[in-house]
Design a protein around this ligand. Structure first.
Ligand SMILES: [Zn+2]
Length: 382
C-alpha cells in the first residue's frame, strides 16, 4: 500500500531563497522540455532525454539527476494523453529522488540539492508521519504551500495478509456519535460536537462581518476545526481496529459509493461532517490494512430500518433518531447499534461470499492516501 508522509521544512532565509530558485529553474526546465516534446512529438523517456539533456543542464543550471527528474516529470505529464501541450507553474511542486535528496530521520534533517548546492535543512513532523518515514521509498515532492515548504514522501507499507476471520465487527458512522459498533460500543462525538458548535457560532458571526480580517480568521478557523476532527478520527479508528484485531474479526463499513441520502436538518449538512466521515473511513481502512484486519464495504440501504433478528424492514421500526423497535418481533435497541449490527450481518455475508462485494473491491483498490474532499450526500443515520 502506498501512503504519503508529509513533513514541513524549516529553511534559513538563505536556504529558502535557494529552494525557491530551484523550483523556478526546475519548472522552467520542464516547460522547455515540454515545448520540445510537443513540437517534435517525442514523448518517450529515453529519446526525449537525448534531445535536450546537455542543453537543459547548461541552460537551467541543474544537476544531471535533476534533469533526469524534469524529463521524467514531462513524460509523466504526457502519460495520460498527448492532445494538449503541458505547462508547469513557476512554483509548482518538483520531484526529488534518493540521489538528490537524502533523509536523516533521527536527526530530523534532509540534505537536498538546490541551485546553491546541497543544503541541510531541518524538518518537523508528527509522531505518525515520522513512523511512516521509516518505510519511505522512492520519490519525494517538494511543494510550496501557503508560503511554507513541505516534502511529500512516498511510503511503501507491507500489508500483512488478512487473517481468516471469526466474525465481523459492524461500524456505523454517525453525527451524534462518531461511530457505533455492533457490540454496542459507542465512540462518542459529544466533545467534538461541542467544539463544532462553538466554531459554527463564531463562524456565522464572522460571516456577517465580512471584512478582510474576518475572512482571514474564517479560513484559519476551518483549518483548526479540521485539525481537531483529524485527531479524534485517529483515536477512534485506532480503537476500532485494535478491537477487531484482538477479537479476530473483519470490519464492515458502509459503502461510500452508495452512501445513504437522507433528509438532514440544515445545521447538520455541513462540509465538515462530509469531510470527517470520509476521513474516518480512510483512517479505518489504512490502519486496518497495516494491522492485517480485513475491511468489507457493504450496501447500507435500509440498515437502520431492518430488524437484525427477524429481518422485518419498515420505516416505523425507527420511530425517532435514537430508537429502534421492530414492529413484528419487538426486538429493540439503540438505532445506531442496530445499524451497526446490520452492517455486521451484511459484512459476514460479503466475507463468506466473495463475489457479493463488487463495490467493495472498487473501493479497496482506490483508497486515497491523503484526505480528499469530495462532496458526498452524507446523512444522519438512516
Ligand atoms: Zn424483528
Amino acid at each position: 500500500m502506498k501512503l504519503t508522509a508529509k513533513v514541513k521544512l524549516l529553511p534559513t532565509p538563505e536556504g529558502r531563497a535557494y529552494l525557491l530558485e530551484t523550483m523556478r529553474r526546475f519548472n522552467a526546465a520542464c516547460n522547455y522540455i515540454s515545448d520540445l516534446a510537443w513540437n517534435t512529438r517525442t514523448f518517450k523517456q529515453v529519446p526525449l532525454h537525448h534531445l535536450h539533456y546537455h542543453t537543459t543542464k547548461e541552460r537551467f543550471g541543474l544537476s544531471a539527476q535533476m534533469v533526469v527528474r524534469a524529463n521524467a516529470r514531462v513524460v509523466d505529464a504526457y502519460g495520460l494523453d498527448r492532445r494538449t501541450k503541458r505547462s508547469f507553474r513557476e512554483l509548482g511542486a518538483i520531484t526529488y529522488d534518493d540521489r538528490v535528496l537524502s533523509w536523516k530521520v533521527h536527526a530530523s534533517t534532509v540534505s537536498i540539492w538546490t541551485t546553491g548546492g546541497r543544503q541541510t535543512i531541518p524538518f518537523v513532523c508528527g509522531a505518525y508521519q515520522r513512523k511512516l518515514l521509516e518505510t519511505r521509498q522512492g520519490e519525494t515532492d517538494l511543494a510550496l504551500v501557503r508560503g511554507e515548504f513541505y516534502l511529500f514522501a512516498t511510503v511503501n507499507l507491507e500489508e500483512p495478509d488478512p487473517a481468516e476471520v471469526e466474525g465481523v465487527l459492524g461500524v456505523d458512522l454517525g453525527i451524534v456519535n462518531i461511530a457505533t459498533d455492533s457490540d454496542g460500543e459507542v465512540y462518542s462525538g459529544a466533545h467534538l460536537n461541542n467544539v463544532r458548535h462553538r466554531y459554527r457560532r463564531l463562524r456565522s458571526k464572522l460571516q456577517r462581518k465580512a471584512t478582510k480580517g474576518a475572512k482571514r480568521l474564517l479560513k484559519r478557523l476551518s483549518g483548526k476545526e479540521r485539525g481537531f476532527a483529524n485527531g479524534v478520527n485517529h483515536v477512534v479508528s485506532r480503537r476500532i481496529v485494535e478491537k477487531a484485531k484482538r477479537t479476530n474479526r473483519a470490519i464492515a463499513l458502509e459503502n461510500l459509493g452508495g452512501i445513504r441520502r437522507v433528509r438532514v436538518r440544515r445545521p447538520q449538512r455541513s462540509t465538515l461532517h462530509t469531510w470527517a466521515f470520509r476521513d474516518l473511513t480512510q483512517k479505518l481502512v489504512y490502519k486496518a490494512r497495516r494491522a492485517g484486519v480485513r475491511v468489507v464495504f457493504v450496501d447500507p440501504r435500509g440498515s437502520s430500518r431492518e430488524c437484525p433478528r427477524c429481518g422485518h424492514t419498515e420505516k416505523a421500526n425507527r420511530p425517532d433518531q435514537s430508537t429502534f423497535q421492530c414492529r413484528v418481533c419487538g426486538f429493540a435497541g439503540h438505532a445506531d447499534k442496530v445499524a451497526a449490527l446490520n452492517l455486521s450481518v451484511r459484512g459476514w455475508a460479503a466475507v463468506n461470499l466473495p463475489n457479493v462485494g463488487e463495490a467493495n473491491r472498487a473501493l479497496h483498490g482506490s483508497v486515497p492516501t491523503s484526505p480528499v474532499q469530495t462532496p458526498l450526500g452524507v446523512g444522519q443515520g438512516s
